[in-house]
Ligand binder design. Sequence first.
Ligand code: TXA
Ligand code: MG
Length: 315
Amino acid sequence: MQTTLTDSAKEAADILNSGGVVAFPTETVYGLGAGIDNPEAIRQLFHAKGRPGDNPLIVHIYSLEQLADVADEINPSARVLIERFFPGPLTLVLKKNQLVPYSVTAGLETVGVRCPANLLAREFLSHCSSPVAAPSANLSGLPSATSWETVFEDLQGKINGVLRGKPSSIGLESTIVDCSGPMPILLRAGAITLEQLQAVLPEIALNIVTNEAAPPKSPGLKYPHYAPKASLILVHANDRITIGPHSAYIGISSPPEEFSLAKICPNLEEYGRELFSFFRHCDAEGINVIYCELPTNTGIGRAIRDRLIRASGSH
Ligand code: TXA
Ligand code: MG
């Protein structure tokens, strides 16, 4: 299959509208899109990523009017979040309506909905003839792609097109809040922080797994994620570390040892933006071990911690 690279949102949408699978930029990470009304394209999308069929996809819309095509019931907590944070790096889990096929929701009665803020994403979505189902545009299990070049590396020859935009400005996947039940629940931390959510919805709960045997609330959370080939060692700012050969470091504090490859970020936003591309860079450089500073569980630190813990396989 030939993968068309384009800078035109309209051309990318035309490819999707004729049944293709097309990657596009968003402010969180790049997405891999297929029309929700095209079962064959959805099937190809799962196949291209190597994604397990029981992991549901987020549906992307460009305007609030399109919400009615996707979700059936928008309760008061969902309304508050939509008003405050749409468009942006937030996904809401809502009761799905009958236009959304079970192949998109992996059999669930709920659907994840997101309206990205990125203007090229919105222009692309506005030219698409239906809402667009899109997971992150990386091979399943690898770090999410935050640039079109990375998408191309992973998926060249497996998808129909890539809409080339700028590198993702946030670099971490969207915050996910489940608003389909009586109580809003934070399912995945992201750039919209728990503190920001609590400011408008004080009753929001954390997704604490109390019964391991129960089906996971967000099916994707049970799969290995974001992992580079190198092993990760999670460290704190003042830890003493003795490094071996082919080691790298990323964090916001200066490491106590001299690394040949190190990224010291001026703040947590930059840490989040650079994390996945640093993982991939380390793999390309043949790094064996990446030392990653574990931020505290506040602000966007919560999302970085979550990705680091899951990427290290230590959850
Ligand atoms: O920032 C993002 O969210 C990016 C961009 C492209 O929008 N997308 C993304 O998709 O990260 P993905 O497929 O890599 O992660 C989506 C997560 C998965 O963990 C999935 O299980 C969960 O969202 N999810 C999707 N629909 C759900 C639903 N109805 N109920 C619970 N979790 C759901
Ligand atoms: Mg993903």
